[in-house]
Design a protein around this ligand. Sequence first.
Ligand code: AMP
Ligand code: MG
Length: 344
Amino acid sequence: MNTLQLSAEKEEDIALAAKLLREGKLVAIPTETVYGLGANGLDEEAVARIFEAKGRPQDNPLILHISEPKELSSICHDIPQTAWLLAEHFWPGPLTMVLPVRDLVPKRTTAGLDTVAVRCPKTEATRRLIALAGVPIAAPSANRSGKPSTTTAAHVLHDMDGRIEAILDGGACEVGVESTIIDLTGARPRLLRPGGITPEQLSALLGEIDIDRAVLGQISNDAVVRAPGMKYKHYAPSAEVYIIQGSSEAAARYIRKRFQSGDAVLCFKEELPLYEGCNPTAYGSRDDALSLSAGLFAALRDLDTPEIKTIYARCPEGGGVAYAVGNRLKKAAAFRTVNAEEEP
Ligand code: AMP
Ligand code: MG
């Protein structure tokens, strides 16, 4: 299959992408979080092709993307007032809500759950595309399963060339990590995945929220979890990743002492001078969490080469968007962390 490269700046390309989606084809779409691998979310066969193209486990449910908040009621039922409040504040934007699903959504989309994850993305061309397609678009991240998500059309092409009908190029994604997911089906709102909408923003609106254990630590493959996808290995380059905590100086001392050929360092821009000769890659600025989220996956992809066996990574601490960056990096590291202040 020849993968068409389309531009989000051309109306006729958006229309062609919409036509392909209506025909049950796969089109990678730009969003403010990461690129999505889109298909008609109501078409069982189209959805099946997403799993095939990604090599994604069948029990990992998809997110449905809508062009306008009000479309939520056509795919979900028993929508609490909280959901509309969140939509009013954060849609279009990087927030996904889990709600009870209506029967028109095929089991393949929800992996057989009685709930569905829904988001209204911010990228305007993509919302126009969804409106033209006239159906909710199921879209997981447009990467091969287990690899870091894609944040540019070139990354999508690298993973998906020849496996999907088209890519709509909308430039680099501004947030760079996947959407925040909040489950609204329990007694209290529960954060299933941190992202561009922060825990602080959610609590300011909803009061106290629960944080799912999948956010906090490693979950074993046979565990029973609320969202099946949460247990899978994610965002991982082939190298072993270790997070080195502590001050810039303590971390550099720890890493430089152990550094061997075949190792690499993933650090903050400000720390580059500390790692001369240690193959450093910076993914953003320490005090600008959005620069770190926007750069993280591209950097992990750059470091995903057969030569690199170990990556020492610097990780931001604290809340806000840094919380999402820390979550992805810790997942890539299988939660292996070392505090350099406590090590010789
Ligand atoms: P992605 O892999 O970025 O497409 O995000 C999909 C993720 O959303 C899944 O791996 C789940 O963690 C979550 N998700 C999707 N649908 C549901 C659902 N019905 N209930 C809970 N989590 C869901
Ligand atoms: Mg993904």
